[in-house]
Design a protein around this ligand. Structure first.
Ligand SMILES: [Zn+2]
Length: 224
């Protein structure tokens, strides 16, 4: 057996990465034969990886047309943020209660990566790292159930940002992650949870999710 060939999880992870970096846009077709050629594996393996991603809602499978990157609706986007507003204050509380030196160190290492990506103005890395910060926080918070949910919700959030983002706005506003980690380190539950909620509101507010953003063209102003 060729051990260099990626397994199903590895293929799925790489597709998730491409989605999180906005290299694979929402709604695009994921052609089995192309992916099979790129990864150097059988179409069966590709199909299994795509089925796995479909379970997490990142990929939509159509019986006759094949697989597509998901394209969440405005209602799904609103529901997703509502879910994150429920989960993430709990994540912050758990992190304060349970995280030790090693976990805090991992958070700081991540913040350094984010700062570096901003320094380099590497938008793909910024978007991906922004999402991963929330996944890492969930992981170090020690609640495995929530962590599993966040591993699903964060890549979906990246898709939503790709779909509904106003041009050139950052995925997560600069420095807000740093302030959350500072409040966690200070064990200030109230401040850390309120910073997290404000942060999620900021991210959501940057998106065009009020429905009015859809073609509401003022023809008079445009051509009058
Ligand atoms: Zn964030």
């Amino acid at each position: 057996m060729d051990t260099n060939k990626p397994d199903i999880n590895e293929i799925a992870d790489r597709v998730v990465n491409a989605i999180m970096e906005h290299r694979l846009p929402p709604g695009i077709k994921l052609a089995e034969e192309k992916l099979a050629a790129v990864f150097g594996v059988s179409r069966t393996k590709i199909r299994q990886a795509l089925t796995q991603l479909a379970k997490d809602g990142l990929v939509k499978l159509h019986p006759n047309r094949g697989a597509f990157v998901a394209s969440p609706s405005i209602q799904e986007a609103l529901d997703l943020f509502a879910t994150r507003r429920l989960l993430e204050p709990e994540i912050v509380r758990n992190t304060i209660a349970r995280a030790g030196k090693a976990e805090l160190k991992r958070l700081h290492q991540h913040l350094a990566l984010e700062a570096d990506a901003r320094e380099r103005n590497d938008r793909r890395a910024i978007i991906k790292l922004s999402g991963e910060f929330h996944m890492l926080l969930a992981e170090v918070s020690g609640n495995g159930f929530i962590s599993k949910l966040m591993d699903e919700l964060c890549p979906l959030t990246c898709l939503i940002i790709a779909l509904y983002d106003a041009p050139n706005t950052p995925a997560c506003p600069e420095d807000e992650h740093t302030r959350i980690v500072e409040a966690i380190e200070a064990k200030d539950v109230e401040r850390a949870t309120s910073l997290m909620l404000h942060h999620l509101e900021h991210v959501e507010r940057e998106l065009n999710l009020d429905g009015r953003a859809k073609p509401d063209i003022d023809w008079d102003r445009m051509f009058g």
